[in-house]
Design a protein around this ligand. Structure first.
Ligand code: NAI
Length: 393
């Protein structure tokens, strides 16, 4: 089949297998060019197929030689429809890992469920013994607990928020007003994106005795600049992230006796399937990227996650901020960068969009998430869309 992008709003409903494989190969290549690091041997990555989770898996495997087990929620191809990008990414990751003699298996299913937790525990028992790193990198729209399904929403809390935004479909600046969340929406978002399920994972792994005594666990968060506070940091997802931070403290207290730790890493804003859905954030990202590229400090998911593991986490004394967070957004929030972002944010309009924002870069990176617009891929060629993940078949 010849595969092209089909977009609907801020999602792309097709993915290109060769493009996704090329993206994964490129990330692996980056890690191979960096100095190797030590400290992680057997890692479980929850949310391993795209974005930050995928890059963490690549950094652990190809930067430190770790065996990796992953969990993700991705769909295989049907006869007429491509698989999701995360499916193709995982197939490529496992193939490359296999070629290098690295253990890699993946469970495709709902990470919130008991069934998937049990499946992972069985796999750790039979294949790895214990894991020493657990990465929690889920970005999910909903979570079912028993018969109840909770939904996650991206909304301000308390009052409406009006702001400039980027219409990703039209690539135009517009103004959006987002109504505040109801209490039910706030509670739902905390259930989905907060720390409860992370705690359940760690409890389940500990009870099954498949977590190393001195294990490290890490979850990802975002704070961002003040201009997105109403919709993010002080909004529903920000409240969920505060809950995640509380969970980190509780897990850390449990692991400390054995020499283990729980961390929250505050990462940089990046183009991923999750962030494209956040109102206001794509406009901020396209301004930010232009400035960080000009200053030479721009990073993608892979650069961020290699730096996190090799330079911030697996070092003798990880450096934490006053709230106990690892800060991977250090270069994003540098005052010199944010002053320029603020000036551009005030000035930007449809007339001068290209002067202030790297829209072309944003658009390209968005399509690349789905394996499109990757230089080395011939998009006129027929590709086999049914791709097996080695550990799943
Ligand atoms: P993403 O959308 O690229 O990846 C999400 C992952 O979760 C995928 O592997 C997906 O398959 C998996 N997933 C979703 N629902 C699942 C379920 N029910 N069961 C199993 N797997 C499931 O997201 P991204 O952006 O990498 O986000 C990961 C974490 O990083 C989130 O906590 C997010 O808040 C955080 N973060 C993201 C930033 C960004 O700008 N993208 C910035 C800072 C933090």
């Amino acid at each position: 089949m010849v595969v092209g992008p089909k977009t609907r709003g801020f999602i792309c409903t097709t993915a290109h297998p060769a493009g996704c494989a090329a993206n994964v190969a490129r990330q692996i290549e980056y890690v191979r060019e960096q100095p190797r690091f030590e400290g992680v041997k057997k890692a479980l990555i929850i949310g391993c197929s795209t974005g930050y989770g995928l890059s963490t898996r690549i950094a652990a495997a190809f930067g430190a030689g770790a065996s990796t087990l992953g969990v993700a929620f991705e769909r295989p191809a049907s006869r007429t429809r491509t698989a999701t990008a995360g499916w193709y990414n995982t197939a490529a990751f496992e193939s490359f890992a296999g070629r290098d003699g690295l253990y890699a298996k993946t469970v495709m299913g709902d990470a919130f469920s008991d069934a998937v937790k049990e499946q992972i525990i069985d796999l750790i028992r039979s294949d790895l013994g214990k894991v020493d790193l657990v990465v929690y990198s889920l970005a999910a729209p909903r979570r079912a607990v028993g018969d109840v399904t909770y939904n996650s929403v991206l909304k301000p809390v308390g009052q409406p928020f009006t702001s400039k935004s980027l219409d990703v479909a039209k690539m135009e600046v517009d103004t959006v007003t987002i109504e505040p969340a109801t209490q039910e929406e706030i509670d739902g978002t905390v259930k989905v994106m907060g720390g409860e399920d992370w705690r359940w994972w760690i409890d389940a792994l500990r009870e099954a005795d498949v977590l190393a005594k001195d294990a490290t666990t890490i979850a990802y968060s975002y704070i961002g600049p003040e201009l997105t506070y109403p919709v993010y940091h002080d909004g529903t997802v920000g409240l969920a992230k505060r809950d995640l931070a509380e969970a980190a403290k509780a897990i850390d207290a449990e692991l400390r006796a054995g020499g283990g730790h729980a961390y929250v890493s505050v990462n940089k804003a990046l183009v991923t399937q999750a962030s494209a859905a956040i109102p206001v954030v794509p406009l901020y990202i396209s301004i930010l990227f232009k400035i960080m590229k000009e200053q030479g400090t721009h990073e993608g998911c892979m650069e961020q996650m290699y730096r996190l593991l090799a330079r911030k986490l697996y070092v003798p004394a990880p450096e934490l901020d006053a709230e106990g967070f690892l800060r991977m957004d250090d270069w994003e929030l540098a005052p010199a960068i944010q002053e320029k972002v603020n000036a551009a944010w005030q000035a930007i309009s449809n007339e001068n969009l290209k002067t202030y924002a790297d829209l072309e870069g944003y658009r390209r990176e968005f399509y690349q998430l789905f394996g499109f617009e990757v230089d080395e891929v011939d998009y006129t060629a027929d590709v086999e869309i049914g791709v097996d993940i080695p550990s799943i078949g």
